[in-house]
Design a protein around this ligand. Structure first.
Ligand code: AMP
Ligand code: GLY
Length: 445
């Protein structure tokens, strides 16, 4: 079976690794891939937004299954294009991908289907924003409607802050047309968790729970990033709460999309705040999270190629996913300057030594081989996901940090507190594997 993975980050490296390790008789390609991903998959030099060329390649090579990593090609309609050529692809159509590519669409959808989320309004210009703010208490969250690489949310302490933030959307136009409409949202308090499920249009297969750490510095300080670390299980969600999330958020989303004539196929990711009033949706993603995918894939035992191929054709054919009991943790090493402009071209030391640790896997995101020395060097903002499994979160993190400490370059950034609060609260016993009752997650046929 020939499988094409679209993307070149840590998530896609982990996908290619999983396919190579756990799927039988697969030949893996990755577009564009990277020097590191080349260990598991043949690189294909086509950019993720060049949908036509990707479809031409898949047609010419008789690719049996395509798996889409990032959101951009989904929002450009890669799935519609592949399906029109009768190519099997696992991911949502352009319309279904609006759950991520338009925050206004997602909020209005949740309102229509009574899915719990923060109260909100939509501002179309600065005057609109001024009026809307009269009805909100502070802090508030302002969110660009469109894709903004994880940087389109501004948390505002007071009215002056919010009006200042409004200018970056409407006057400076920092997010381009993505900021033409701005969601003004009630501020939520609680622990953030990620729920990811696989969906074949009608049924959900829940992945184990996971948690990512978005801020650049320890204790959730500094600006938001794509994610600086993750672990699975999340350690903070009890099985009952997990079931509540499926009953109140994920199933109604799948049912709602189907009822609106836009069935959702792909990875459905709900970013939630577990508030005192129950779980509330912060955002949907229509793909695997990065870095959550890395620890999740280290635990997943299913054969992804046959599973996703069946799902893309409308029926997974299995009732549940299986995860190793072990905990998996991931520590992201980022370049100097990230999440602003990253300092690249710096040699990375200690990779081989770090890889030799017990249960350690290193997934590359922003790296390339130096043309002369052929050693790896920094080539992007988030550089490496250093992952490890262990019997407990404490063990997994110890191994991941031991490996991470061996990897050095000038200006390297790393959070030192991934998972610390979860361990301190001693919440780590539950495996995070969500076994839904038989009647839930099955959807209507
Ligand atoms: P989003 O891209 O919508 O998930 O937002 C990025 C991050 O901003 C989230 O992971 C939260 O940490 C924070 N955030 C977003 N919306 C809210 C909200 N309504 N209340 C509090 N924090 C929020
Ligand atoms: N880690 C969050 C994301 O992938 O959007």
């Amino acid at each position: 079976m020939k499988v094409l993975v679209i993307g070149n980050g840590g998530r896609e490296h982990a996908l290619c690794w999983h396919l190579a390790e756990h799927s039988s008789a697969v030949e893996v390609f990755c577009a564009p891939g990277s020097d590191a991903i080349a260990e598991h998959a043949q690189p294909v030099p086509i950019k993720v937004d060049d949908v036509q060329s990707l479809a031409d390649f898949a047609t010419d090579l008789h690719i049996d299954l395509t798996i889409v990593g990032p959101e951009l090609p989904l929002s450009l309609g890669i799935v519609d294009e592949f399906r029109s050529r009768e190519l099997t692809i696992f991911g949502p159509s352009r319309d279904a991908a609006q759950l991520e590519s338009s925050k206004v669409f997602a909020k209005e959808f949740m309102l229509r289907h009574d899915i719990p989320t923060a109260g909100f309004d939509v501002a179309h210009d600065i005057n609109d924003l001024e009026n809307i703010l009269e009805r909100f208490s502070f802090p508030v969250a302002l969110k660009a409607d469109g894709l903004a690489a994880g940087k389109g949310v501004i948390l505002c302490a007071d009215r002056a802050d919010a009006l200042e933030a409004g200018k970056t959307f409407f006057e400076e136009r920092r997010f381009g047309t993505s900021g033409d409409r701005v969601v003004v949202e009630e501020f939520l308090q609680g622990e953030e968790v990620s729920f990811i499920a696989l969906c074949d249009g009608k049924r959900l297969l829940p992945m184990a729970t996971s948690k990512d750490y978005k801020r650049i510095r320890d204790d959730d300080q500094g600006p938001n990033t794509g994610g600086m670390g993750a672990h699975s299980p999340s350690g903070i969600v009890e099985p009952d709460a997990a079931r509540e999330v499926f009953e109140r958020v994920l199933m109604p989303t799948v049912e709602g999309m189907k009822a609106e004539g836009c069935p959702f196929v792909g990875f459905l990711y709900a970013g939630l705040m577990m508030t005192a009033a129950g779980p509330k949706v912060l955002e949907f993603n229509t793909r695997l999270g990065d870095p959550e995918a890395q620890p999740l894939l280290m635990r997943l035992e299913n054969d992804l190629a046959s599973l996703l191929s069946a799902g893309a054709k409308g029926d997974f054919g299995v009732d549940r996913l299986t995860f190793r009991r072990e905990v998996a943790a991931c520590v992201v090493l980022a370049a100097e300057g990230y999440p602003g402009s990253a300092t690249t071209g710096v040699p990375i030391e200690g990779l081989d030594e770090a890889r030799s640790g017990d249960g350690v896997e290193i997934f590359h995101a922003g790296t390339r081989r130096n043309a002369e020395s052929s050693e790896f060097e920094v080539a992007g903002g988030r550089v490496l996901s250093v992952c490890a499994t262990g019997a407990s979160l404490r063990d997994a993190l110890r191994s991941a940090y031991q490996a991470a400490d061996r990897i050095r370059w000038p200006g390297r950034q790393m959070r030192t507190d991934i998972g610390r609060r979860v361990i301190e609260q001693d919440h780590e016993a539950h495996s995070g594997v969500i076994n839904l009752p038989r009647d839930l997650g099955q959807g209507t046929p």
